[in-house]
Write a protein that binds this ligand. Structure first.
Ligand code: AMP
Ligand code: ZN
Length: 469
């Protein structure tokens, strides 16, 4: 009987048990958001999958140390802060707050440490100095510093890149590069430090190589060393980060320390929309706010994002949100029926009746399989026929699973709620979420908005009902 999570490892291409190196705490790192606009639901697919991974590890009895960075300096943040006429700090602070609010709405556990690139410039400079001293990096005439890819024989091991593909990648990079500014020894070499350019505005820092700013790949290596050390348990991000970002992180870290860096690599496949790639130009790049305007809550979005195996691309449609709403209502109704005979909830330390679902989840985080198993068990259940003890045990087991999946049950929709328009339902749900998050100001504003639209909200301990004024 499995008791611990087994997860596919991108590096070894095998499924391996996730166990802490120190025998106590699972220490893991996730590449975080670039804060220059609202995160889209594709980004959130990755963050939600990482959240489920953490919850499952914790539910199986292992504490975690979760580090996720904030990228608050790069080409995009600098460019868009200037467009907005704000300082980089003010601009990225605003988007970081928005990101946090979205994460809370999606019921993502907050990382224990959330370091930012700008707050760790000195650590990044120290790492570059080590790389230069070890012969893995060199300063170019313009004051930029590059990592010499040919100096690291393991380069490409994570993405299983052959030399041919590396060269191919390099020729693409070359065609995208302005040859006048090209100062690297080799096309595959990547920037550790970027010399100050006029378009950087006020965003530069002093360094032994002149004023400039760190290259994007470096911040993760430097912050991992600071908070997790030379060896740590697991590293994660979306599949697009395998190459070059994670490959470059490995190169920077392994060439500046004596450690092995991450011992396990988890990558989340992309979210597609209506069968294709998400893109701004196609108008299908959704944020939580876009979906709220269409009447869907963050809890429903979370359900859609987990209802697909994290290693397979997931196709997002509006219909999938309707299905999520139905599934959540079904869970909420069973829970309410069980609560009728067993009102006091004690989240147990075992899945009880849902052992099969739990074991399915432990096998490479098979969320769709686990949900299928949960519904299979619930379909056979007759809550009214259960003794109070049986109802309590079933409910506790169900909540063990819901907690592991991070699912918050919505209030059971009253019959009259069916006539409430979807946008009003969504606003009411947002208000409830804000209230749960103790964001009283937002909750108040939303209540007033609902009242102005002709709807009153009645709260109870379990949830809310919406009635026409
Ligand atoms: P970014 O803010 O661009 O640095 O991305 C944050 C995270 O979202 C990274 O782990 C990316 O790999 C991930 N990501 C970006 N696009 C998608 C997508 N369409 N589906 C899933 N994850 C994505
Ligand atoms: Zn990273």
């Amino acid at each position: 009987m499995p008791t611990h999570l087994t997860l596919h490892d991108t590096l070894t291409r095998t499924d391996r048990e996730v166990t802490p190196l120190d025998g106590q705490t699972l220490r893991f790192y996730c590449c975080g958001p670039t804060v220059y606009g609202p995160a889209h639901i594709g980004n959130f697919r990755t963050f939600v999958s990482q959240d489920v991974m953490r919850r499952v590890v914790e539910a199986s009895g292992t504490p975690t140390l979760h580090v996720r960075n904030i990228t608050d300096v790069d080409d995009k943040t600098i460019r868009d802060s200037q467009k907005a006429g704000q300082s980089l700090t003010d601009f990225t602070r605003g988007w970081t707050q928005k990101f946090h609010a979205d994460c809370d709405a999606l019921n993502l556990l907050r990382p224990h440490i959330e370091p930012s690139a700008v707050a760790h410039i000195s650590q990044q400079i120290t790492m570059i100095e080590k790389l230069i001293a070890n012969g893995h990096a060199y300063a170019a005439a313009d004051g930029s510093v590059y990592f010499r890819v040919s100096s690291f024989k393991d380069y490409g091991k994570l993405s299983h890149l052959e030399d041919r593909e590396l060269r191919l990648g390099a020729s693409e990079a070359a065609s995208a590069t302005d040859s006048d500014e090209y100062t690297k020894d080799s096309l595959t070499d990547f920037a550790l430090w970027k010399a100050r350019k006029p378009e950087d505005g006020a965003n530069f820092w002093p360094s032994p190589w002149g004023e400039g700013r760190p290259g994007w790949h470096l911040e993760c290596s430097a912050m991992i060393l600071e908070y997790l050390g030379e060896d740590f348990d697991l590293h994660s991000g979306g599949v697009d980060l395998i190459f070059p970002h994670h490959e470059n992180e490995i190169a920077q870290s392994c060439c500046s320390t004596h450690g092995h860096f991450a011992h396990h690599w988890m990558h989340v496949a992309h979210l597609m929309v209506d069968g294709g790639k998400m893109s701004k130009s196609l108008g299908n790049l959704y944020t939580l706010e876009d979906l709220a305007q269409r009447g869907y809550s963050a809890v429903e979005v979370r359900y859609v994002l987990i209802y697909g195996h994290y290693r397979a691309p997931l196709n997002f449609t509006m219909h999938s949100l309707d299905s999520a709403r139905q599934a959540l209502q079904k869970l909420a109704k069973v829970d309410k029926a069980l609560a009728a005979s067993s009102p006091s909830l004690q989240i147990s330390e075992s899945p009880g009746l849902f052992q099969d679902a739990w074991e399915t989840l432990l096998k490479d985080l098979n969320v769709p399989g686990a949900l299928g198993s949960i519904f299979g068990t619930l379909n056979k259940l007759k809550p009214a026929a259960l003794s109070p003890e049986e109802a309590a045990a079933t409910r506790n087991g169900l909540h063990f699973m819901l907690q592991a999946l991070g699912i918050i049950l919505p209030p059971v929709a009253e019959e009259s709620t069916a006539e409430v328009p979807a946008d009003i339902q969504a606003l009411a749900q947002q208000r409830w979420d804000a209230k749960q998050a103790k964001d009283w100001a937002t909750a108040d504003t939303l209540r007033k908005q609902l009242e102005a639209a002709g709807w009153l909200i009645k709260d109870s301990k379990e949830g809310f009902t919406i009635v026409a004024k």
